[in-house]
Design a protein around this ligand. Structure first.
Ligand code: TXA
Ligand code: MG
Length: 345
């Protein structure tokens, strides 16, 4: 594989000029970081295997973890998926454009590296206007994983991308905050509908459209067994992990405060909490959303994980999010960031 290029990374607003430059680079086989409604993506042509290799290179991503392909209109779907089951049509009607990725049988034109040797491809039609404008201008389906260094928290601002990928990519398009804040829901339609990764679109919402139950894959709320080959290869990797060691704490705020105060006697401790709780804790604390408000927790989570790392405190205790609605996605990401360490009070 080619070595990581050295670039004088530009950060440009996602206006007409920025979108045109992004499209020109993508047509030329380069990678560009683009905003989406979930998190920023690191895009390249899904039809060009050398371009896709540059994504893996820039991120330091393991080669066996496949990428999601982004399209801007339904007419592009046959270029990416060779069959579109009835379920997929119903879900596209209900949730596209939006934060749902469907795993479908892969079409021949999709570059081999995109799918890491699988016969399936993850496809998504994003809602973000700038993402769609870039796909439209390049007139290419774009493979794009989250635009972070592999293993770290996903980026929800252009500044996060710049911190991670400065010098490794030619262009970051700045489209402001990613409002959803966690990556798309990944649903396999290769067999019975199976949730591979929870996101903003919930299993209950999918069930309501399909009229059949959605299977939750192992590894969403518990570590996948070491020997099991996960249906979604991404599940086996350490993810979203800041340098600090995070432990999730189940219990009310009073018990959380007491635990943090006790542990702080042994050494520096920080807290990830809900808005309004920061000042009431005896240690440095960062809020990742409002208590009981799963959408605000999703929107704030990755920013908070990066900020807690910035404190340079090795031990972090975090308030446990709920598991209903998009809370399931927040809990999944925090459990993984915490290496599934949980204390129940
Ligand atoms: O919201 C998102 O999905 C963002 C934005 C940029 O669209 N992208 C994203 O990509 O999160 P990434 O690469 O960080 O995560 C893709 C996930 C991984 O867990 C991967 O294993 C899974 O989707 N995936 C992709 N293709 C797959 C396939 N053919 N079969 C099973 N899992 C697949
Ligand atoms: Mg990712």
């Amino acid at each position: 594989m080619s070595g990581t290029g050295v670039f004088d990374t530009k950060v440009l607003p996602a206006d007409n000029d920025g979108i045109k430059l992004a499209a020109d680079l993508l047509k030329d086989g380069q990678v560009v970081a683009i905003p989406t409604e979930t998190v920023y993506g690191l895009a390249a042509s899904a039809l060009d295997d050398d371009a896709v290799a540059r994504i893996f290179d820039a991120k330091g991503r393991p080669q066996d973890n496949p990428l999601i392909v982004h399209i801007d209109r339904m007419e592009m779907l046959p270029q990416v998926a060779r069959a579109v089951p009835e379920y997929a049509c119903k879900l596209a009607d209900a949730f596209w454009p939006g934060p749902l990725t469907m795993v479908l049988p892969k079409a021949a034109d999709v570059a081999p590296r995109v799918c890491a040797g699988l016969d399936t491809v993850g496809v998504r039609l994003p809602a973000h206007a700038a993402a769609r404008a870039v796909i439209h201008a390049a007139n290419l389906p774009l493979a794009a994983p989250s635009a972070n260094l592999s293993g770290g928290p996903s980026p929800t601002t252009a500044a996060h991308v710049y911190t991670d990928l400065k010098g490794r990519v030619p262009l970051v398009l700045d489209g402001g905050y990613s409002p959803v804040g966690v990556e798309s829901t990944v649903l396999s339609l290769a067999g019975a509908p199976t949730l591979l990764r929870p996101g903003f679109v919930t299993p209950a919402e999918i069930e309501a459209v399909l009229g059949v139950p959605v299977v939750l894959s192992d590894g969403i709320l518990a570590p996948p067994p070491e020997d099991l080959k996960p249906a979604s290869p991404g599940m086996k990797y350490r993810h979203y992990a800041p340098a600090a060691e995070i432990t999730l704490v189940v219990g009310d705020f009073a018990a959380f405060g007491a635990l943090v105060a006790e542990r702080a006697k042994a050494g520096p401790v920080a807290a990830l909490c809900f808005e309004g709780e920061e000042k009431q804790l005896p240690v440095p604390a960062i809020a990742y959303g409002r208590a009981g408000d799963d959408a605000s927790q999703a929107a704030g989570l990755f920013r908070a994980l990066r900020a807690v790392d910035g404190l340079d405190i090795p031990t972090v205790y975090a308030r446990m999010p709920g598991d209903s609605g998009v809370g399931l996605a927040v809990r999944n990401r925090l459990l993984r960031a915490a290496g599934f360490r949980v204390i129940k009070l």
